[in-house]
Design a protein. Structure first.
Length: 296
């Protein structure tokens, strides 16, 4: 009986491990995106990144899945529109805000809101242990983003950051439900193409397009397409197809931790003692949440 229980846990553990790898790809994407945005308009960058990533991943999808693409069309585009909406809110907020630390904190609320989105959409239970993990993670994020709160004054951009976080929570919850019944590669590809197709006309309307790109810009754009887009969304869809894990949203909190680590390595940014403490609190929250799942 114990062996059967352990075998049943394997998909959930594998799903959690893959979601952790997803956050590693996403954390690296902060560096790739920052470098690429030195030469590209932001919405244009999103459109090209996701459209190219979707096309590449679509070509890698099995031929049998491609022939059945109509079955995945509506769920993929519905979820893709949520990804696009979250990113558009984030870009508007980034343009309006004067307190980047507070904005980073509000954006990181997205993974924390995932259990509540699951409860609203599917009446998934909210356990006491998950609630305790959320209480640990919240001050962890506040410490991780640094000194932004010292000059905190409410501004319109903060509503856009919160909107991006809320949309992310609903996207993650819906993807957790629909990814299980969809072909992994094709579904991820169609989600990405939906983001690109929705962002492209917005960029055409709002931004001047670049006439030429230098070699470094092409390099950063290519890395952004391959790692935090193609690889990340493929792994996330595969992980969410394997098993439902109640602390999947909390695992996504590792993204800002990886981003801080990579920024320290690439740009020489020094993490303060409070930021290290914040990262440790987030890791503790993940441990608390996962311990409940392992014992269930």
């Amino acid at each position: 009986m114990m062996a059967r229980s352990g075998a049943a846990m394997l998909p959930a553990r594998k799903s959690e491990s893959l979601l952790l790898l997803v956050t590693l790809c996403a954390g690296a994407g902060w560096i790739f995106s920052k470098e690429a945005l030195g030469a590209l308009p932001p919405v244009f960058f999103i459109a090209v990144r996701f459209l190219a990533g979707g096309l590449l991943l679509g070509l890698a999808a099995p031929a049998a899945d491609r022939r059945e693409w109509r079955r995945s069309l509506w769920p993929a585009f519905a979820i893709g529109s949520l990804i696009c909406g979250s990113m558009m809110c984030w870009i508007v907020a980034l343009h309006l805000t004067t307190a980047l630390g507070v904005g980073a904190f509000l954006t990181c609320l997205g993974p924390l809101l995932v259990p509540f989105a699951g409860w609203l959409l599917f009446r998934q239970a909210l356990s006491k242990r998950i609630g305790f993990a959320l209480l640990l993670a919240l001050p962890g994020i506040a410490l991780l983003v640094g000194n932004g709160f010292l000059q905190w004054q409410f501004e319109a951009g903060q509503l856009w950051f919160f909107g991006a976080a809320a949309i992310f929570a609903f996207y993650f919850s819906l993807n957790n439900r629909f990814a299980a019944d969809q072909p992994v590669v094709l579904f991820a590809a169609m989600q990405m193409m939906a983001v690109g197709l929705l962002a492209l006309p917005v960029s055409l309307w709002l931004e001047p397009w670049p006439t030429a790109l230098n070699a470094p810009a092409w390099t950063w754009l290519a890395l952004s397409i391959l790692i935090p887009t193609c690889l990340r969304f493929f792994l996330q869809n595969y992980a969410q197809r394997l098993a439902y894990t109640p602390n999947g949203g909390l695992i996504m909190l590792m993204e800002p931790v990886w981003a801080a680590v990579f920024s320290a390595l690439w740009y020489g940014e020094v993490m303060t003692l409070s930021q290290v403490g914040g990262a440790l609190l987030i890791l503790l929250a993940l441990t608390v949440a996962r311990e409940r799942h392992v014992r269930t």
